[in-house]
Design a binder for this molecule. Sequence first.
Ligand SMILES: *Cc1c(COP(=O)(O)O)cnc(C)c1O
Length: 241
Amino acid sequence: MTNASPKLSANAETGNLADRLRRVRGRLARAVAQSGRTPHSVLLLAASKAQPPETIRAAYALGLREFGENYVQEAVGKIAVLPDDIVWHFIGPLQSNKTAAVAAHFAWVHSVDRCSIARRLSAQRPAHLAPLNICLQVNISAEVSKSGFAPGAIASAYAQIRQLPRLRVRGLMAIPRASDTYAEQFAACDALRRLRDNTDPNLDCLSMGMSADLEAAVGAGATIVRIGTALFGPRTTKVTS
Ligand SMILES: *Cc1c(COP(=O)(O)O)cnc(C)c1O
C-alpha cells in the first residue's frame, strides 16, 4: 500500500479524473432529464485553466474535446503541444493587446465584453480560419467586480457586433453571483435566457453553469456549461496572465 511509483500515481490521477468525469456526466444527465431536454443539447466544456498539458491529454483520452482557457500565454503554450482536433474556447477576461493571439488560436471566445474587443477580433481573425464564434458576456448579477455588458447594453452591442464579418455571434455568457440556493442560481440563469430571447431568439448558445450551479443552469436552458473544479479537482496553482 506504500507503492508510490510514478506509473501507479499517474494511473491513480487518471482514475480520479475518470471518476469525476463520470459524476459530472451523471449530474448533467439528471439535470437534462429533469428539465425535459435532450442529452446532446448541452456541451460539457472543460475549464482547464491552470491544468498542465498532461491533465488535458488525460481528459482528451476520456473523450473530452472542448476546453476553455483563461490566460492567453498559458493557453497558447498548451495548444501548441496538444492534439489538433481539440476545440479551444477562450473564457477569461480579454485585454486588447491579446486579441490577435486569441483570434489566431481559438475557435470560440465567450468573454467579449466591449465592442472594441469584438472589432479587433474580427479584424485579426486569420483569413484561412472559419469565422470566430463569440458570446457576449453579460454582467447578469450587476456585480462591480465582474466584467460584461450591462443587460441594458446588449441590444445595441449585438446590433453592432453582428455586422462584423469575421465573427459569428452565437449567444450570451454569464458568471452569475455565487449562491448556495438553487432558486437564486436559477433566477440569474433564467434572466440570461430571457435576455437572449429578447435580443434574438435565434442565438443558439447560452454559456452558463459552472461546478456549483450546473443543475440550475441546465434547468434554465444552458447550452454550454463550463466545468473546472468538479472535473479536475481544486486548482492548486494560481496562474496570472
Ligand atoms: C474557472 C472558470 C470556470 C470553471 O469554474 P469551476 O467553478 O471551477 O467549475 C468557468 N467559467 C469561467 C469563466 C472560469 O474562469
